[in-house]
Design a protein around this ligand. Structure first.
Ligand SMILES: [Zn+2]
Length: 274
């Protein structure tokens, strides 16, 4: 069976696993109104897994490293030097066969990523009803779930694959080959809307700074930082588009103008980043 993946929250996920996740997400989102369940890592090729492993582990013949985490891979002894968490040796991870998902949720606090709260308890208790094994509880990674053994991670028709749930996901460079794609144009339009909002927010903040007394400054600074952050995110998104395709960049300018954004002010805003 072809190893087809779809993107959920920007992450590649095996089609069969994606279909099961859609049912799990629907139930979770219903159980916790206002909070949504998301993918934070899905299918990883052997090369992907090797890259992550080698980012966090270094060959070392003696000692256990700062985290006491020693692993053998291809006959070489490694110790972990990164505090970002454990990584399975390439070829041994269920991320490599399409079954494993790492999840997070949009609520405050750690939610499904740590054991013993309402949301993670719900996942642990209900995952099996939607085709998942909360396997990560067995090795200290509550955020890690796996498609049940009797289900096929690569099964599923392209007709009933859930679409990416993140409306504000900007396509990666590889995905941006042509401009004749309604989806991409829609995403660029969303980027344009964000840019417009960022300019408006920044202008509001500027006016406020003129009016309000000095003791209000720390509060305003916070708002300004948020606006700048939003503007920077938009800038990063626009950067992806321009690198991928000059024609898309031209289209973005047109869209910005069509949306009533003053392109010159926007550029000035980007250039003034701290
Ligand atoms: Zn995982």
């Amino acid at each position: 069976m072809a190893e087809t993946t779809v993107r959920i929250d920007g992450w590649p996920v095996a089609v069969g696993t994606a279909l099961a996740f859609a049912t799990l997400k629907k139930a979770f989102d219903t159980a916790f109104p206002g909070i949504t369940l998301h993918v934070y890592s899905g299918y990883r090729s052997y090369d992907d897994q090797a890259k992550i492993f080698l980012d966090r582990y270094v060959p070392q013949t003696v000692g256990t490293g700062p985290y006491g985490d020693v692993r053998w891979w291809n006959g070489i002894r490694y110790v972990r030097t990164s505090g970002e968490g454990t990584v399975a040796q390439p070829g041994t991870s269920n991320h490599g066969n399409g079954r494993a998902l790492d999840i997070r949720d949009s609520g405050s606090g750690a939610g499904v990523t740590t054991a013993g709260n309402a949301r993670s308890n719900w996942i642990r208790a209900n995952a099996a009803r939607y085709g998942f094994d909360p396997a990560g509880y067995g090795f200290g990674e509550p955020w890690h779930i796996e498609l049940a053994a009797h289900l096929d991670p690569w099964a599923g028709g392209s007709d009933n694959i859930p679409a990416s749930s993140d409306a504000d996901t900007i396509p990666e460079e590889d995905d941006m080959g042509t401009i004749d794609n309604e989806h991409q144009v829609k995403q660029l339009k969303q980027a344009a809307d964000s840019a417009k909002q960022a300019v408006e927010t920044a202008n509001t903040v500027k006016n406020a700074v003129g009016r309000i007394e000095t003791e209000e400054l720390p509060k305003i600074r916070k708002i300004a930082e948020a606006a700048l952050d939003a503007a920077n995110k938009t800038k990063v998104a626009a950067g992806h588009a321009s690198k991928a395709n000059k024609r898309i960049e031209a289209k973005l300018d047109k869209l910005l103008t069509a949306e009533g954004v003053d392109v010159a002010s926007l550029n000035a805003l980007f250039d003034s980043g701290e």
